[in-house]
Ligand binder design. Structure first.
Ligand SMILES: [Zn+2]
Length: 77
C-alpha cells in the first residue's frame, strides 16, 4: 500500500512511498526543518497500491510480448 505522509507543522508531504520509507522521509524532514519537535501530521493511504498497479502493467506488457512471439513462431514454416 502506498502512503503519503503530511507534515503537521508545514505544507511538506512525502511522495507516495511504502509505509516504512514514508515514515523515514517524514522523520528526516522533521530533523531537517523542525528540529526538536516530535513528528506529527497525518498519513494518506493510496486507494490503489501503486506498486501493485505498476506490477500489473509489467505483467500485461510481458503477456503481450509473449503473445507476439507465439504468433510470430506460429507463422514460421
Ligand atoms: Zn514540516
Amino acid at each position: 500500500m502506498a502512503c503519503r505522509y503530511w507534515c503537521g507543522e508545514c505544507d511538506f508531504r512525502t511522495p507516495w512511498l511504502s509505509r516504512a520509507l514514508g515514515e523515514e522521509e517524514l522523520v528526516r524532514h522533521y530533523h531537517r526543518d523542525h528540529r526538536g519537535i516530535a513528528p506529527e501530521g497525518h498519513v494518506e493511504a493510496g486507494r490503489w497500491p501503486l506498486d501493485l498497479a505498476c506490477g500489473c502493467l509489467v505483467a500485461a506488457a510481458a503477456a503481450a510480448a509473449l503473445l507476439l512471439i507465439a504468433t510470430a513462431l506460429g507463422r514460421l514454416p
